[in-house]
Design a protein around this ligand. Structure first.
Ligand SMILES: [Mg+2]
Length: 358
């Protein structure tokens, strides 16, 4: 266990690392109950959350809520970074593969299962993903859903963080949209972690700073490219500016699917919108509200709630994780310990560059 409470960057605490990974876990486990539902009635969801946070409730038949591929892969990203004190592609790929074959029933998509099968037979950890879909690679959100530990690990050096996030994603997803989605998610977690907690987040500034980073990442794209993350960030700003934005408006503008560009910006919007109360959501805990609102959008609920949860948890920290809610999910002790070990690894990290070329 760590004896330290802060990283070299002032005011970053182990409780923020715990908040990030535990909120991601909560989002995954609760979101999994609704995965694939196109519409989730806000009232039913609110009733469920009221029950889940009530110690006296008789929801025992739901306990423990199991985590899915999102958390399974997030664990491997964190464990590999902790063990090596830097990014090692072969080690991380091996961890994904062994985690999958130890517990395959976690809702993995078929294309990533195909990558795992091929990874067992090749020495280049990037080859199977690179060859997928006739060489265009997957643009799913599988890179982004697991990237929070990389953002925490390398939060002190943005370029280093982006390099690690890109490499960790390319083991399974090589399409530009899949990789850049993971980069946006990593930047959002980093920014939430580093935000000044003495004053409320200014969403406009938060988005403007992210847009600057994504513009540089997408510099080779046509500026009118509708699927660019830069354009999605503008859409988030418009949605936040309109007080009448409905669930349907969000889904129409940003999506709620398994594609990275149809879910990562959605999760970011959910985090920013959930900083304020939301009609139909009774809960006043900002992390729980984030997860509840992410699920209310339907679609790929476990992954969107995982990603929104990771950003919210990094910002709000452990003190805003509802302990009763946490008591209902699988893996909470392990994930809390993982956050402590990741925090310690940041303290001890001497590695400044990823070991594998892009
Ligand atoms: Mg999942």
């Amino acid at each position: 266990m760590s004896t330290s409470t802060q990283t070299c960057v002032p005011n970053i605490t182990v409780d923020q690392f715990k908040g990030c990974l535990l909120a991601a876990l909560l989002g995954d486990c609760i979101g999994a109950l609704f995965e694939g539902k196109q519409e989730v009635p806000m009232e039913d969801l609110d009733d469920l959350f009221q029950d889940l946070v009530n110690e006296e409730s008789t929801l025992d038949q739901l306990v423990p809520l199991e985590y899915t591929d999102d958390t399974a892969m997030l664990k491997s990203v964190a464990e590999s970074l902790i063990r090596n004190k830097c990014f090692k592609a072969t080690d991380m790929a091996n961890m994904f593969v062994s985690e999958y074959f130890e517990s395959p029933g976690r809702g993995y998509g078929q294309s990533v299962v195909d990558v795992f099968a091929k990874l067992k037979k090749v020495s280049d950890p990037f080859q199977p993903a690179r060859e997928q879909f006739s060489g265009s690679g997957s643009y799913g959100n599988g890179g982004a859903m697991r990237i929070a530990p990389a953002a925490l690990f390398a939060h002190q050096n943005t370029q280093h963080m982006l390099d690690i996030a890109a490499q960790a994603t390319k083991i399974t997803h090589t399409n530009r949209l899949g990789v850049h989605g993971a980069l946006l998610q990593a930047l959002a977690v980093q920014k939430a972690l580093l935000a000044d907690k003495r004053k409320p987040i200014d969403s406009k500034t938060f988005l403007t700073e992210l847009k600057k980073e994504m513009k540089s990442i997408e510099k080779d794209l046509d500026k009118d490219e509708d699927e660019s993350y830069t354009n999605k960030l503008d859409k988030i700003r418009h949605l936040l500016n309109d007080s009448k934005t409905s669930v349907k408006d969000v889904v129409r503008a940003l999506g709620h699917g398994i594609a990275a560009h149809e879910s990562v910006p959605t999760a970011l919007y959910v985090f920013l919108r959930s900083l304020q109360p939301i009609p139909g959501i009774e809960c006043d805990n900002p992390v729980s509200r984030t997860i509840q609102y992410a699920i209310a959008l339907g679609g790929d609920t476990d992954t969107i709630a995982t990603m929104a949860g990771a950003i919210a948890g990094a910002y709000h920290g452990l003190e805003h994780i509802d302990r009763v809610l946490l008591g209902r999910v699988e893996g909470k002790e392990y994930i809390e310990d993982l956050a402590v070990r990741l925090f310690d690894a940041v303290e001890k990290s001497g590695c400044s560059e990823p070991e594998v070329e892009r």
